[in-house]
Each structure stands twice: as structure tokens, then as C-alpha cells.
Design a protein around this ligand. Structure first.
Ligand code: 13P
Ligand code: SF4
Length: 370
């Protein structure tokens, strides 16, 4: 999902109005960021060593997202696991011969791992690590919405519950949303899209597809502000602007590259610019700095002063993953994902459809799109 500023600026920018029969929006309780106790280097290294040993003894691997703490990303790499975007996290689990997948990320990522790998144990440091998109799309309301539009193909973002995935025809991540919807549009299909209205509107603009959008948003990306980004761009005229498509139109329209986390990281390594303004969760800076230490990364501005937990450009649910609760779950196995088998069987089909499409088109971490 890479586009230029000019591409994204084409066409009608007005947001498709929410479908008339859209249900009342659920209230989303955004948790405060957990305060993890500070650790000395010796304590941190000791803890990392104990976790590595627990992983080894249990034939377990870490499957981590780019937004989690840098210590977890480093440990995943040091112990033979993976650090990736949500598409590659899903695929990695299917290719690993580990008995246990320990997903460091948010709950939908753990659920996707379990849906694809029912024979494996799937643990997470904290099962309470959810996502505002997932919470904003309850399965019963979404099912009623789909029932009201039976002629539509149902495409859902991976940031949804297993139940919502079970109601869908396709699951997509931000790496693959554009080509999948383009493919469906070419076949003349009308699409229900859920839950992220910003990503959905971006895909609609780029593909011209006929889409009914669910009214959900990411509380982290929604805080990036177009007027403030414009000011920062003026201060750094040579910086390339990288934007995750969960951001609002006013931010996406200023991007040099719009893409998934993997695609934004690739932009930092591949583009000749020395400076980058980055509009996504700040956890991604760990991998960007690792791969391109000579580049300067500037966090895109959010709501600014008086800001709440949401406007610090770090997902409060991703922040629930830490070394201490990772060690604990490897000892107690108390945070394990379980999925009802009937739901799992219905949810695996649209996820597998996405993975097959990615493989056929060479899209993903080992393919041409990144
Ligand atoms: P990616 O699929 O781009 O990693 O995004 C996942 C996510 O939750 C972004 O907020
Ligand atoms: Fe969900 Fe946003 Fe957090 Fe990603 S950053 S997991 S979309 S709340």
C-alpha cells in the first residue's frame, strides 16, 4: 500500500457517510498506559536470559509486532522468533514448528494465530490488550449490518474479533487491503468494509470501489493532526512524510508514502531522504533505528498539549506487553487464547483466503510489496 502524495490527493475527499442503518457506536474505554518498574541493565539482561531459557525449554517462539517495547522486539529476534506487521505475524505462526506461539501485540493478533494454528498453544503477556477497532465493532451489531446488505461482499480488517472474522468473506491487513479490494472491485462486487473508516475511505479513494464503511477508528492514529503536520513539514522541507492509513484524510493527504508498518520501515531504508516525519505508533522507531541508524526520525504531531493517553502516539494496549508479564505467562500459562471451534472454522476461511492471495501475488515480507 504505497502511494505518492499526488496519488492520494486525487479525487473526491469527502468521507462516505456512514450507512444509514449503522448502530450506535459502542463506548470504548481507553486504558492508561501501564507504568512498568524501571530496571537496571543487569536486571533486564537477567530477565531476558530467563525468558530465553523458558522459550527454549517449551519449544516456544515470540511473535512480536513493531509497536511493542524495543526490549521485546530485540528478544524476539535474539531467540529466533519474529518481529513483523500483522500480515507477516499471521503467516509466521503457520510456518513455525514451535509448539507454543507467544504473541506480543494485541488480542486480535493472538486470536488470528490460534485460528490458523489450533494445534498450537497461543499465549499472550496480557489478554486484556485489545484494540479500539476491535472493540468498536461488536459481532452482533456487525452481523445485523451485514444481514441488512446481503448483496455485499464483507471485507474486514484483521483488527477484529474472531466472531467478526467468522462473519466475513475476506480478512485483510493494511499490507494487502488495496490489492484485495481492487481485485473485488474489478469483479463488480459491492463491499462492506469494517471497522476502520479512515483506512476504508483511503482504500475507497484509491480503488474507486463501491464501499459501505463501518464507523470505527484507531484511537492512536486518529490523534494525528493535519494542520500540525503541515507546520512540521515546513520546518523540515526535505523530510519524507510516512503515514499509516489508519490516520485521517488530512494526514494521509500530506504523505509521501502511505503504508503498513512494514512498508513504512522499508521506506526509511530505501528512500534517499535523511529525515522522515512518521505518523504511526512510536514503537516502530525501534526497528527503523536498527535498520537505518543514520536517518533522523521525527514523530508526527498529535493533539499536543493537554493530550490524553490516546494522543501520545503509543497504543495503550500494545504497551501492556512487557518483559515481566512475558516471563510470568511462560511460567503460569494463565493468558492463553481459546477460540470456539465453530467460530474458528468459519474465521479461518477468510484469513486463509488473504494468505493465499498474498502468496499468489507475492505480497508480504518476503514478497515484492515490501
Ligand atoms: P500493520 O498491519 O500495518 O502492522 O498494522 C497493525 C496495526 O494495528 C496498526 O495500528
Ligand atoms: Fe488498534 Fe490502533 Fe492500537 Fe493498532 S494502534 S492495535 S489499530 S488501537
Amino acid at each position: 500500500m504505497n502511494t505518492s502524495r499526488a496519488d492520494a490527493a486525487d479525487g473526491d475527499h469527502s468521507m462516505t457517510s456512514p450507512a444509514p442503518d449503522m448502530q450506535a457506536k459502542p463506548h470504548i474505554q481507553v486504558p492508561p498506559h501501564p507504568q512498568w518498574p524501571a530496571m537496571s541493565d543487569a536486571d533486564r539482561n537477567g530477565l531476558k536470559g530467563r525468558i530465553a531459557e523458558l522459550l527454549r525449554r517449551q519449544n516456544a517462539v515470540l511473535v512480536a509486532h513493531y509497536y511493542v517495547d524495543g526490549d521485546l522486539q530485540a528478544l524476539a529476534e535474539e531467540t529466533g522468533g519474529c518481529v513483523a506487521d500483522s500480515l507477516e505475524m499471521a503467516r509466521y505462526g503457520t510456518e513455525s514448528d514451535a509448539d507454543t506461539l507467544v504473541v506480543c501485540g494485541v488480542r486480535f493478533m493472538g486470536e488470528t494465530a490460534k485460528i490458523l494454528n489450533p494445534e498450537k498453544r497461543v499465549l499472550m503477556p496480557d489478554l486484556g490488550a485489545t484494540c479500539s477497532l476491535d472493540e468498536g465493532c461488536p459481532a452482533d451489531a456487525f452481523g445485523a449490518f451485514c444481514d441488512a446488505h446481503p448483496e455485499h461482499t464483507v471485507v474486514v480488517y484483521a483488527n477484529t474479533s474472531a466472531e467478526v472474522k467468522a462473519r466475513s468473506d475476506w480478512v485483510v491487513t493494511s499490507s494487502i487491503a488495496l490489492p484485495v479490494v481492487q481485485h473485488l472491485a474489478e469483479q463488480g462486487e459491492k463491499i462492506i468494509w469494517a471497522p476502520d473508516k479512515h483506512l476504508g475511505h483511503y482504500v475507497e479513494r484509491m480503488t474507486g470501489a463501491d464501499m459501505l464503511l463501518w464507523d470505527g477508528a484507531c484511537v492512536v492514529h486518529e490523534e494525528f493532526k493535519g494542520f500540525a503536520l503541515d507546520r512540521v513539514r515546513r520546518l523540515h522541507p526535505d523530510a519524507a512524510v510516512l503515514v499509516h492509513p489508519e490516520s485521517p484524510d488530512e494526514v494521509v493527504d500530506q504523505a509521501d508514502v502511505v503504508g503498513s508498518t512494514t512498508q513504512l520501515i522499508k521506506a526509511v531504508t530505501d528512500m534517499p531522504n535523511r529525515e522522515f516525519i512518521v505518523a504511526t505508533d512510536e514503537g516502530i522507531f525501534w526497528k527503523m533505528r536498527q535498520l537505518a541508524p543514520e536517518k533522523t526520525l521525527i514523530a508526527a504531531p498529535t493533539a499536543g498539549e493537554g493530550a490524553t493517553c490516546e494522543s501520545c502516539a503509543h497504543c495503550p494496549w500494545m504497551a501492556m506487553n512487557a518483559l515481566s508479564n512475558l516471563e510470568r505467562v511462560l511460567i503460569e500459562h494463565h493468558q492463553e487464547i481459546h477460540i470456539d471451534e465453530d467460530i474458528r472454522q468459519r474465521a479461518v476461511r477468510p484469513i486463509q483466503r488473504m494468505l493465499d492471495f498474498a502468496r499468489e501475488r507475492g505480497i508480504g515480507a518476503r514478497g515484492k510489496s515490501d
